[in-house]
Ligand binder design. Structure first.
Ligand code: APR
Length: 247
């Protein structure tokens, strides 16, 4: 049964939702971030100092996307985008394209919105013109801006540490009118995303739920926490939403 209530749902996802598709999460027990020090590959300073290492890191991650597929958790959220009568706003910190691919397989409602707040691997940005272009291949020193033809000006369209995430105004608006907030597969280490649940608790309007393998850093802020694998707990929770049980 599809609910007719027009509840507004905001979903925040992180690396944990793509883990079972074969993409590594970031924070490992050895303190490394994807096997690197953050300062070496994910800051504007690193790019200035050693562009080749930074480009190689994102080239490798872009190539990985050819071998992975959306999993049952991405598909369940796509189903929500297709069947939920109210607003569904999907905000992801992930730079893979697995949400986009899952949603491309359904017909989302007009009320579905998607924001990849940390950018995307499959886009590049020209550091001179700020133009953004779709991009599937490696970025090399010969790669040129498709409009100007100038080489050596492209960088990954990724928000690095110290840079401002994208779509913050749109996300803020969505949080202000949200009835149900789901935080899926994120450790709650990185702001501003880690602060969304605190903002919602302050507003006092939305029911907030954490769906994660283990308690996140912010687990105490949520009304409800369900711990398990995303491919199991997300489809189950989405089924409950679509049956009208939650809102
Ligand atoms: N199902 C559900 N959750 C999982 C699964 C799984 N199969 N596997 C791992 N997780 C959980 C982990 O327990 C962890 O809490 O996903 C979370 C992943 O946390 P991080 O690696 O810190 O990733 P994320 O929260 O997305 O990082 C946020 O920080 O590194 C930067 O810009 C990067 O977007 C990233 C941001």
């Amino acid at each position: 049964m599809v609910s007719n209530s027009a509840g507004r749902i905001v979903i925040l996802t992180g690396a944990g939702i793509s883990a079972e598709s074969g993409l590594q999460t970031f924070r490992a027990d050895d303190g490394l971030w994807c096997g690197h020090r953050v300062e070496d590959v994910a800051t504007p300073e690193a790019f200035e100092r050693d562009p080749e290492t930074v480009q190689d890191f994102y080239n490798m991650r872009r190539r990985q996307l050819r071998d992975v597929h959306p999993n049952a958790a991405h598909e369940a959220l796509a189903k929500l985008a297709a069947y939920w009568d109210g607003e569904v706003v999907l905000v992801t910190q992930n730079v893979d394209d697995l949400h986009q691919r899952a949603v491309a397989a359904v017909v989302p409602k007009d009320t579905y919105q998607f924001y990849n707040m940390h950018g995307e691997l499959k886009s590049v940005r020209c550091v001179e013109s700020d133009d953004v272009f779709p991009w599937e291949e490696d970025i090399t020193p010969e790669s040129a801006n498709p409009i100007s033809g100038k080489a050596g000006t492209l960088r990954p369209h990724i928000v690095w540490f110290g840079e401002m995430p994208f779509f913050m105004d749109e996300i803020e608006d969505a949080l202000n009118r949200c009835d149900l907030f789901l935080s899926i597969g994120t450790s709650g280490n990185v702001y501003p995303a880690a602060g969304f649940v605190q903002r919602l608790r302050y507003l006092g309007r939305a029911h907030t739920v954490e769906l994660n393998l283990e308690p996140s850093n912010g687990t105490g802020y949520f009304h409800e926490a369900i711990h398990g694998k995303a491919t199991e707990i997300v489809p189950q929770y989405v089924a409950r939403i679509l049956s009208g049980e939650i809102i």
